[in-house]
Design a protein around this ligand. Structure first.
Ligand code: SF4
Ligand code: SF4
Length: 439
């Protein structure tokens, strides 16, 4: 059976981003496959430890994926300072002569899919496009390991590696069943060090604040606990109205935000300083550009940290994209730059500088991969953990299911992902959004 079918049967989706169904990604032809091990979000420690501990499995998965898509080149791309991972992968590479490592410096966002494609191949993904348009398939480390497990053991996705860090007593990285709560994860890490805190799901740059009751899904990568009042939380909570006012009273049009913008540096037409003009004056004041440029923003938030006034062009872009989409306006920008901006390499933003600016120095500590086995008594499995249509339940209340059993499947003819029981137990609820299983 081709591995895209294993991926479909096992419910594999991108484990590090929006959750694009992997079987669709693998049903393609490309000349290059890149395993994205850059893990550029500060404090997250999943991929670098998986590559160190499971290098042979990562390379086997890369070999399988390269075979599947017909690629001549298979690359694991990671930061040069992930020394343990580089050493393990280098040792195992002798068994895979056609595969290679590519190391990058420690800059943000080295793990942005489009930035990584340019780093590794020199090609530029078109505006609003995907790596496949330039002959590249990019796959997250944990996604690749899920492909390995599906192919080798027929195992579906029922667990997730997550880093829990920040203001917790025992920062750790641990593999847990899908569907347990954020609160349970914090308890595993010894609990919060403060009574008043907030939790960010994802990295500090692109993550979102979530309640303790929310659950671990196929795309959860990290949970960062911060005490209430931490500057990062204040930044995330700053209202859009304030950003719009600030654009008028404090933006000096220095364009530092555009200088560091990773997508602008690929040659895409995203100019955050011009979109600040739109907020301030109701016009981008440039006959070549329009509000549609906001569609080319990847939401990396780097513009805020380049700005000496700490303004938030990214927040404006997010609002613009959402308003345009509500009006039925879709991105029509699809230029294909032949090469990135010539100053791109001199404008890379160092991660250590970012960590200091974010006020995260004290939390920049190891989060060791733990062998702890967590036995959940109850899991809540959302039907929508991926890009596409929600999965369709095939189990009913009071039904007994074993761990790994298919409980919801891809709707006929739609983009989606299968869903499997993450513990053995009894189904206690099935609604339009979740399936609940109690042990
Ligand atoms: S860096 Fe800040 S002040 Fe300068 S143009 Fe961008 S938003 Fe305005
Ligand atoms: S968030 Fe800012 S820096 Fe990042 S892509 Fe958007 S405009 Fe560019």
């Amino acid at each position: 059976m081709a591995i895209d079918r294993y991926a479909a049967d096992s419910g594999i989706v991108g484990a590090g981003g929006a959750g694009f169904p992997t079987h669709v990604k693998l049903d393609a032809k490309a000349d290059t496959v890149i395993i994205n091990g850059a893990e550029c979000e500060p404090l997250l420690r999943v991929d670098q430890q998986l590559m160190a501990r499971r290098a042979a499995h990562v390379l086997k998965a890369l070999d399988l994926i390269a075979e599947q898509v017909g690629a001549r080149r298979g690359v694991v791309a990671l930061k040069a300072h992930y020394h343990d991972a580089v050493a393990s992968l280098t040792r195992e590479l002798v068994s895979y002569p056609r595969l290679e490592l590519f190391t990058t410096g420690s800059f943000y966002p080295a793990g942005d899919e489009q930035v990584l494609v340019t780093e590794v191949t020199g090609r530029v993904v078109p505006e609003g496009g995907i790596p496949l348009q330039v002959g590249v398939v990019v796959c997250n480390v944990e996604t690749a390991l899920n492909v390995y497990e599906a192919h080798t053991f027929g195992e579906p996705v029922t667990e997730k590696y997550v880093t829990v860090t920040g203001s917790v007593r025992r920062p750790m990285t641990v593999r847990v069943p899908l569907g347990i709560t954020v609160g349970e994860m914090l308890a595993l890490a010894g609990g919060s060090q403060t009574d008043d805190y907030a939790v960010i799901n994802g990295g500090p740059m692109m993550g979102k604040i979530v309640p303790r009751e929310s659950v671990i899904t196929k795309t959860t990568k990290g949970l960062i606990v911060l005490p209430t009042g931490h500057p990062l939380l204040t930044s995330l909570h700053r209202p859009l109205e304030r950003t719009i006012k600030d654009a008028a009273i404090a933006c000096m049009q220095c364009s530092l935000c555009t200088d560091v913008c990773p997508r602008a540096n690929l040659g895409h037409r995203i100019y955050p300083h011009k979109l600040m003009r739109l907020a301030a004056y109701g016009s981008v004041c440039d006959k070549y550009d329009t509000p549609m440029n906001a569609f080319l923003c990847c939401g990396c938030r780097l513009c805020e940290y380049a700005c000496v006034m700490a303004l938030q062009p990214w927040k404006l872009n997010a609002a613009l994209k959402s308003n345009l989409a509500k009006k039925g306006v879709h991105n029509a920008l699809n230029n294909k730059p032949e090469r990135p901006e010539i100053f791109r390499e001199t404008r890379r933003y160092p991660v250590h500088k970012l960590i200091r600016q974010l006020g995260l120095d004290q939390y920049d500590v190891p989060a060791p991969l733990s062998d702890t086995q967590y036995h959940a008594s109850c899991v809540t499995l959302p039907l929508q953990q991926h890009v596409g249509a929600p999965s369709e339940p095939i189990v009913g209340v009071d039904e007994h299911v074993e761990k790994g059993a298919l409980i919801a499947r891809i709707p006929e003819g739609k983009l989606g992902a299968n869903l499997h029981a993450s513990i053995s137990g009894t189904v206690t609820a099935v609604d339009g959004e979740n399936i609940v299983i109690k042990r």
